[in-house]
Design a protein around this ligand. Structure first.
Ligand SMILES: [Zn+2]
Length: 170
């Protein structure tokens, strides 16, 4: 099992990336990072020794990194919405819907776009959800990099979760 990924935190604990365990181990070995969390059930072994398997590492020096946003595109929107229609939770025939229709001045932004199935989209037409009696599953929001790592973390690395909580919107 050498395939679990490692969450990399900046010196201020903000998540900045994900790397392979080999790279994490080298950073720790060179004193460029510290292990903050480990996968308890895993060990890295050589013939003579075993080492903790890092789950989360934190850089020793603050790294100035440009803000890592999540690009607004179809796939990322579907992903934010869990690949389900935000009106009826169907997972079939997904399209994008402007909550406030473009014709009524609605913008193409994270806050005004949701995943909708073709049926709901057609039912909604050029109206607002309220006008046709549709209700959004959640208020659409602009996701952060950390939000996107959460999904991976839930399935593969619950050790990361405490470090992905802060939604630092820039
Ligand atoms: Zn629907």
């Amino acid at each position: 099992m050498m395939n679990k990924k490692v969450l990399v935190l900046n010196q201020d604990y903000s998540p900045i990336g994900v790397c392979h365990v080999q790279k994490a181990f080298i950073l720790v070995f060179l004193d460029k990072a510290d292990i903050i969390e480990q996968f308890e059930s895993l060990k890295l072994r050589t013939i003579e020794k075993s080492f903790p398997y890092p789950a989360v590492i934190k850089l020793s020096n603050y790294k100035n990194i440009p803000y890592k946003g999540v690009m607004l595109n179809r796939f990322n929107l579907f992903k934010r919405d869990g690949f389900s229609c935000q009106y009826c939770s169907s997972r079939k025939d997904l399209t994008l819907d402007h909550v406030i229709p473009k014709s009524k001045g609605g913008k193409t932004t994270w806050e005004n776009l949701v995943t909708a199935c073709r049926r709901c989209n057609a039912r909604k037409g050029h109206q607002t959800p309220e006008q046709v009696g549709l209700k959004l599953a959640q208020q659409p929001y602009k996701p952060t990099y950390a939000d996107f790592l959460k999904e991976y973390a839930l399935q593969n690395a619950i050790e990361w979760l405490p470090y992905l909580k802060a939604r630092t919107l820039v």
